[in-house]
Ligand binder design. Sequence first.
Ligand SMILES: Cc1cc2nc3c(=O)[nH]c(=O)nc-3n(C[C@H](O)[C@H](O)[C@H](O)COP(=O)(O)OP(=O)(O)OC[C@H]3O[C@@H](n4cnc5c(N)ncnc54)[C@H](O)[C@@H]3O)c2cc1C
Length: 391
Amino acid sequence: MTHSSHFIMPEQEALADQAYRFFHDAFFDMNAEMDDTDDLPASVFPTLGKMGYLGLNVPTQYGGAGLDFTSACVITEELSRVSAAIGLTHVAHDNLCVNNIYRNASEEMRQKYLPGLCDGSLIGALGLTEPGAGSDALGSMKTTARKDGDDYVLNGTKIFITNGPIADIVLVYAKTSPEKGAKGITAFIVETTTPGFKVAQKLNKMGFRGSPTGELVFDECRVPAKNIVGKLDGGVAVTMSGLDLERAIVCFNATGISRRALEISIDYAKTRQQFKQPIASFQMVQAMLADMYTEIEVARTLAFRTAAMCEGLEEGEGGRGEIHKLTAAAIFKAAAATSFVLDKAVQIHGGSGYMRDTEVNRLFRTGRVLEVGAGTQEVRKLIIASELLKN
Ligand SMILES: Cc1cc2nc3c(=O)[nH]c(=O)nc-3n(C[C@H](O)[C@H](O)[C@H](O)COP(=O)(O)OP(=O)(O)OC[C@H]3O[C@@H](n4cnc5c(N)ncnc54)[C@H](O)[C@@H]3O)c2cc1C
């Protein structure tokens, strides 16, 4: 067994073991080259699709795996433990794009796009953030969608979009009624072959290299009205509900990375000799390992409790109340724990941890952004406090 927890059922534990073995065989050896080139090998999505790891929460009738939310979290954790970059790319596709389409799109759109997104022939992304709209993504959004006959015409720029440079389908947020502010936003499915869509640049990142991140431009990009996801001017509900699930599942990208950092730190501590003994024999090194383990378990425990609360979240639910507060708290803790664990992991590895080509160095460069993406640590605290102070 890779782990045991009373938060997950024996069949989910079996799923985790199977997923870990499969991911390790298929992807682990790709990590170093992905870190060098920042490219995702073309085989990754078809391989994930063939093995049934795409559309984790999408019912089987659309080609998905039909799993519950906690099972998707468990798989996300094992994938991130094997390859943080593939884990991020997978979650952006599967949760941010695919699950949002499944939960909010019309039956016609579900049938048109979900089978390809679930077999790995189509890659998905979600475009919310803009150069001038990060933490204030909704209020400061400048991208517009102007109605023209049966179409909407999109204009604007999205930045830091995971899978943006390789996506076939982008779930894009745009203002359909700019005068209504955040209440005038709508979500659209955009095929990236549409004239007027352009990848302006692939961004050069510090970590998560191999998970391509890009700047996307929409210049008179014409999309049929039937590609609206959710209600016209109802984008806020789609985003906020989706963001709660995103925060809950991204906790497991974090715990997957930190579990791997602990594993390699234990191995290193047992094998590295100084003063004629393994460094694991020194109590100060033991203390670091104990602190790392404890932080991971605290984060995982909260993450599993949060995942259980997300089970069966209805369309349009979330984005407020208990679930909003708890998902923000869970990702806040998971991200902080990951930064702590990665810092200690580098310390245990000594000078070798500072060398760019080591696995611990790759993880250290990668994990930091978990305090920024899906809402920063500060925004997470704002959410928690505003829920605590309501009424
Ligand atoms: C690798 C990566 C992948 C990403 N993937 C995606 C994606 O797939 N799709 C997508 O749409 N976006 C994506 N993002 C964007 C991400 O969600 C944003 O970077 C994040 O929301 C923060 O926005 P910002 O970078 O503009 O920072 P800013 O909002 O400019 O924040 C800068 C600093 O100011 C602080 N701050 C801002 N407002 C407040 C406030 N009110 N109170 C206190 N402090 C405040 C922030 O906490 C932060 O410390 C990704 C980002 C990265 C780095």
